[in-house]
Ligand binder design. Structure first.
Ligand SMILES: *Cc1c(COP(=O)(O)O)cnc(C)c1O
Length: 490
């Protein structure tokens, strides 16, 4: 299968590219993104065939329908990484919370957040393409907390790939920081910056666009790439778990095959929701996709009003920081799918030039046939955490909690809902401890112990160990010195 471009074709880049090419250089003509020329049609036969398949069997068959230019043994090696999840037979458990409400837990991988679902296999795929082409890649990552650990974990000791990961010193949780600074491998460099996440992100964008930096890398025979969530190499692995979650409900006899369900997704850059949308287009029986946001509610406004407007918006820090995003990159792929490349180009140019765009009434109603949305603030989220724990015995993180608001306001309670849980309680423990017992400003280690006691849950070994591991990545610098520091590492 080939990949085409969301904003059309400007004659300097190839009109279509292979999967490998779309992975290595994810930015298409006019700054657009790559999308599959045509999604495979799976339909109900595919679902019936896989009612008793393991996650890997399902994944392997689904990926084969995309006919991508990756060798089957590489795909197998990539999918084998799901064996390292808590339950190798079922890396994504789906848990009943109450009548008609199920949670699909996407956080049972090595870094305890959903980024592992895609980044774990992606690391194998990217490294294998680099080896095959006899090329060396530098992956740049800027993180507010979850992407960094997952990217380091997946590329650790992989051939032909080095990673430089930028994080705002003091801007992540203790657990997230420890997951990065204790990562010990020759091909990894973690750099703390005196600044906030935007400083790290802007530095990354500057480097990705800098010709000087690229020629300095070229002298060392290194090409530049990024592992951010617009990369289709990540999206493709995010289609699988939506199908798996549906089949889990069939296996649990919660639904009959063919019955429609809501997919309720805590959204930031829209990769997770896009995976659900593609699964739906490929034949998964879905009633609607519900988008849940926090106070940074641009997506909710888009889906409610048709206006994407950043003119009066600035990012606010919330208790669900992985969703503190205003420019939600993967929405572009939805616009392309619904309205075509000419209109997508127009809308995305409006966003760049005027910082806003507006859909027509017809376009908005098309969008609303597939999506609804609501946002949940931090206090509401904490109340959902406490109430759901006390009434239903289910403990969740603040990102997952945002879905409970939209569940109440956007869905018909007679139809089953799958809420996607994107992080384990261990990653955002101070917020959860505050929600459960009212304690304030606890350090992670204190909060972890208090939740562990209150909820009678063991702290997983990989989290426990972090507090005893040696800190091997101790670089903290000013943002002006990032380029120099990276070249020194290479
Ligand atoms: C990345 C992330 C999200 C947002 O996912 P998108 O695919 O960017 O919409 C939500 N929750 C957590 C915990 C995350 O790490």
């Amino acid at each position: 299968m080939n990949f085409i471009q969301t904003r059309g074709y400007e004659k300097t880049k190839p009109k279509t590219v292979t999967f490998s090419q779309a992975i290595l250089s994810p930015i298409a003509s006019f700054g657009g993104l790559y999308v599959p020329e045509k999604l495979p049609e799976l339909g109900i036969d595919f679902l019936n065939k896989h009612t008793n398949s393991s996650y890997k069997e399902l994944a392997s068959d689904m990926l084969s329908r995309f006919e991508i230019d990756i060798e089957p043994d590489v795909i197998n090696e990539a999918l084998n990484l799901y064996d390292k999840f808590d339950d190798s037979k079922n890396p994504v458990p789906v848990v009943k919370v109450k009548e008609n409400l199920y949670v699909s837990e996407l956080y049972h991988g090595p870094t305890r957040a959903f980024k592992d679902m895609a980044l774990q296999p992606f690391g194998v795929v990217l490294s294998s393409i680099a080896q095959k082409n006899n090329e060396n890649y530098l992956i740049l990552a800027a993180t507010s907390g979850d992407t960094g650990p997952a990217a380091l974990e997946t590329f650790k000791n992989r051939a032909n790939v080095q990673v430089a990961c930028l994080y705002p010193d003091g801007g992540t949780s203790d657990v997230q920081r420890l997951q990065m600074v204790t990562e010990d491998a020759k091909n990894l460099k973690v750099i703390g910056i005196n600044g906030v996440f935007d400083d790290a992100q802007n530095a990354l964008k500057r480097l990705l666009a800098s010709n000087d930096f690229k020629s300095a890398l070229q002298e060392k025979n290194i090409s530049l790439s990024a592992a951010n969530s617009v990369n289709f190499g990540r999206i493709i692995f995010q289609i699988i778990y939506h199908i798996h979650s549906y089949l889990e409900l069939v296996r649990q006899e919660a639904i009959a095959m063919g019955e429609k369900v809501y997919l309720n997704v805590p959204s930031g850059n829209f990769g997770n929701a896009l995976g659900g949308y593609y699964a739906w287009k490929m034949g998964l029986p879905v009633e609607k996709i519900i988008i849940s946001s926090n106070e940074n509610n641009v997506l909710t406004k888009l889906i409610k009003t048709g206006r994407y407007d950043l003119r009066a918006s600035h990012v606010v820090s919330t208790t669900s920081p992985a969703m503190d995003i205003l420019k939600s990159s993967n929405v572009e792929r939805i616009l392309f799918d619904m309205f075509g490349y000419a209109r997508t180009k127009e809308l995305m140019e409006d966003l760049e030039v005027k910082n806003a765009y507006e859909l027509t009434a017809d376009e908005l109603s098309t969008l609303r046939e597939s999506f609804d949305a609501d946002f949940c603030n931090g206090d509401e989220g904490k109340k959902y955490i406490k109430d759901t724990f006390e009434n239903d015995g289910y403990l969740m993180d603040p990102h997952t909690a945002t879905c409970f608001k939209a569940y109440e306001t956007c869905s018909n309670p007679a139809i089953k809902s799958i809420i996607y849980s994107t992080a384990e309680w261990t990653k955002f423990s101070p917020v959860i401890a505050n929600a459960l017992t009212g304690e304030v400003d606890a350090q992670d280690i204190v909060a972890l112990k208090s939740i562990s006691k209150t909820a009678n849950l063991a702290i997983p070994v990989m989290i426990q160990e972090l507090f005893e591991k040696e800190i091997v990545q101790d670089t903290i610098i000013e943002k002006e010195d990032i380029e120099k520091e990276i070249l020194k590492f290479l």
